[in-house]
Design a protein around this ligand. Structure first.
Ligand code: FES
Length: 157
């Protein structure tokens, strides 16, 4: 199925690109717009972005695969991203990830069958002093304990 921006997204695309001296410099915000518009960045979405940006699909693909916040497959309504970088690892991130895996019955990289949660491990989210921490969609949850995770998941359900 061919993907294409809605008229509203096209306006936002023009505004984003207009804010940069070179079109290619707008690639990352354009990819976020595409992800918002299409839900995730499929091969078709990558081809579409390459076309409207006037660059190769390989270049777009290299950016999409570099950033963990860009998703190439459908994700759950709540995208749980647990930081696994050293400061968070030292404060117990691995234990928190294991707890979430057991609680949701999924592995890292998987989505619950009801489509509510996707679990990812990511690199530093710039909240190193408050680990272990995770980002769920746009919100940060810090100083995590198993009890806090239970409460967070309960509220998100
Ligand atoms: S190491 Fe986890 S937020 Fe920086």
């Amino acid at each position: 199925m061919a993907v294409e921006f809605s008229p509203e997204a096209r306006k936002r695309f023009a505004a984003i690109v207009g804010g940069y001296p070179k079109k290619e410099a707008a690639l990352l915000p354009v990819l976020f717009l595409a992800q918002e518009e299409f839900g995730y960045l499929s091969g078709e979405a990558i081809d579409y972005v390459a076309k409207i940006m006037g660059i190769s699909a390989a270049r777009v693909y290299s950016v999409v695969t570099f950033y963990t916040m860009l998703n190439m497959k459908p994700i759950g309504r709540h995208h749980i991203q647990v930081c696994r970088t050293l400061p968070c690892a030292l404060s117990g991130a691995e234990k928190i990830t294991a707890f979430i895996k057991a609680k949701l019955g999924i592995d890292v990289g998987q989505t619950t069958p009801d489509g509510k949660f996707t679990l990812s491990e990511v690199e530093c989210l710039a909240s190193c002093g408050t680990g272990p921490m995770m980002q769920v969609n746009d919100a940060y949850y810090e100083n995590l304990t198993e009890e806090r995770v239970v409460e967070i998941l309960r509220v998100l359900k």
